[in-house]
Design a protein around this ligand. Structure first.
Ligand code: TPP
Length: 518
């Protein structure tokens, strides 16, 4: 007798889902049993829900297809929220299955009961509570279609345990196709073409899938033909880079610098992202969130659901831009000379040694800009960035990316403070044998917050402000932590040690960590 859980998992397989990241509990046991009967789905344990959701984000960014997460009621979902927030900003397709008490128990408020749909609604494009076992397959099919709807969305299904265990013989398990993303309307293309044609003082701001190879080539055609300036959003789900690809610089992160960069702009066209606003407020902005000057015309080439790459190609064609553009040649990076380790020398070594088609997860925070500056000259790779600003994404994202692309090396550029949030990802990497090289930047502080204190005019922080941004006392032994979770780790204190350890890690199957003491 197929249960509701069986119907749900069978539907997932029929819809092309092949991975489930989970930290299950009692209310998910029938789904765990159904997964046990279904080898077509790889079921993977994460020892904290932030690992589970971050891994699903990494998987979604690499494959454009949803993984399942299986989470334990509102408490489990809540533990996963920060990385679901990053995933939502990345437009990652994800289907969350959140187990719940039986329909006849939940209203009696047992200890683990909470308003799961209420918790999930702000972060999900779609939330539904399954009503009967017979609906398990059809609801799952709908959730997968929602997740696959451009540009990628989070769908959350609350799954009462009796719907999982009840008989669902004969219930439907047919997948539902997601709608095809349309190109921007001819009107939008025409308006954007007229705005950008005048070149000087015109800006094209791109994000999302515009930063993939096809989008970047179209953007470069537009830039060369019109002379417009091009920027990209600060943090992107996936930036494709390589010697054969054009590059786009990002709008400065600090608002005063972004305002400067855009001060003379009369027209700003967006594609795959929204008009630029300040990442954080500061008193000097005087209550004005926009980074564009007063009077600047804001034009959107694409809507949220449009096919950004096709729209940019249509715009380039409309402008009459020549078809092929060869990017400027860039000298290949070389490993740094012997000497002291710095964020810049670490970045140089990574850029020089990066394997072809690597996936680089970028949560190096204050140390990260150094790699971005070198990245366009490195071997072809993808960069996955901190889209939602919620730290603790890097290790789980790297793990999920490695599950999605077992034939590629994943390199996690990881700041130490952010690493501490989701360390159990290391254990999952070791258990699943994923090829991940973790480069840990150990500066033993929340450096960005010390910068922010200075920017707020606090040049002489008191002992409490200092202690709240300092990670020493005691110093954390990251190599011991990694070793304790089955990940080999090496500490490097100068460039030669770092280069040797990085080369070894990149050549060794499975996960390993190279700690750069800064
Ligand atoms: C979930 C979450 N909690 C807290 C913060 C605030 N925050 C931003 S950066 C940061 C510390 C970053 O330190 P680290 O990762 O070591 O990088 P560094 O600044 O030293 O380069 C914190 C706590 C955040 N962005 N997200």
């Amino acid at each position: 007798m197929p249960t509701g859980a069986d119907q749900m998992i069978e539907t997932a397989v029929a819809a092309g889902v092949d991975v489930c990241f989970t930290n299950p509990g009692t209310t998910e046991m029938p789904l765990v049993a159904a997964l046990d009967r279904t080898p077509a789905i790889r079921s993977i344990l994460g020892l904290f829900e932030g690992v589970v959701t971050g891994a699903a984000d990494g998987y979604g960014r690499v494959t454009d297809s949803p993984a399942l997460t299986l989470l334990h009621l509102g408490a489990g979902y809540g533990n996963g929220v920060a990385n679901l927030h990053n995933a939502r900003r990345a437009h990652s397709p994800i289907v969350n299955l959140v187990g719940d008490h039986a329909t006849w128990l939940v209203d009696h408020d047992p200890p683990l009961a909470s308003d799961i749909a209420g918790l999930a609604t702000p972060g999900s494009a779609w939330v539904r509570t399954v009503a009967t076992a017979a609906a398990m397959g059809t609801d799952l099919a709908e959730a997968v279609a929602v997740a696959r709807t451009a540009p990628g969305q989070i769908a959350t299904l609350v799954v009462p345990v009796d719907c999982q265990w009840d008989d669902a013989s004969g219930a439907a398990t047919t997948p539902i196709a997601a709608p095809v993303a349309p190109s921007a309307s001819a009107d939008s293309v025409g308006v954007a073409a007229r705005a950008l044609a005048a070149g000087e003082h015109r800006v094209l701001l791109v994000g999302g899938r515009a930063l993939r190879a096809r989008g970047l080539r179209a953007v470069e055609r537009i830039r060369r033909h019109t002379g417009c300036r091009v920027y990209c959003e600060n943090f992107s789900a996936r930036v494709e880079r390589g010697p054969d690809l054009p590059t786009v610089r990002s709008l400065p992160y600090f608002p005063e610098m972004a305002l400067d960069a855009l001060a003379d702009v009369t027209h700003l066209v967006t594609a795959g992202t929204a008009a630029p606003i300040s990442f954080f407020a500061m008193p000097q902005l005087d209550g004005r969130p926009e980074l564009t000057p007063e009077g600047c015309q804001l034009l959107a080439l694409t809507s949220d659901t449009d096919d950004v790459e096709a729209s940019l190609e249509a715009l380039a064609d409309e402008l009459g831009a020549p078809a092929a553009v060869a990017p400027d040649a860039r000298p290949a990076p070389v490993v740094p000379d012997a000497g002291a380790l710095t964020p810049a020398s670490v970045a140089q070594a990574v850029a020089a040694l990066l394997p072809e088609q690597a996936i680089v997860v970028e949560e190096a925070n204050t140390s990260g800009i150094n790699f971005v500056m070198q990245a366009s000259a490195a071997a072809a790779h993808w960069g996955l960035q901190l889209t939602g600003g919620a730290i603790g994404m890097g290790l789980p994202l790297a793990f999920g990316a490695a599950i999605a692309a077992p034939d590629r090396r994943v390199v996690a550029l990881q700041a130490d403070g952010s690493a501490m949030y989701t360390l159990p990802a290391l254990w999952s990497m070791a258990r699943e044998g994923t090829d991940v090289t973790i480069v840990l930047y150990t500066n033993r502080k929340y450096a960005i917050l010390q910068v922010e204190l200075m920017r707020a005019g606090i040049t002489d922080p008191g002992p409490i402000a200092q202690s709240l941004t300092d990670l020493s006392n005691p110093d954390i032994d990251y190599c011991a932590i990694a070793g304790g979770m089955g990940v080999e780790a090496t500490r490097a204190t100068d460039n030669d040690q770092f280069v040797a350890a990085l080369e070894r890690s990149l050549a060794t199957p499975g996960p390993s960590l190279v700690e750069a003491i800064l």
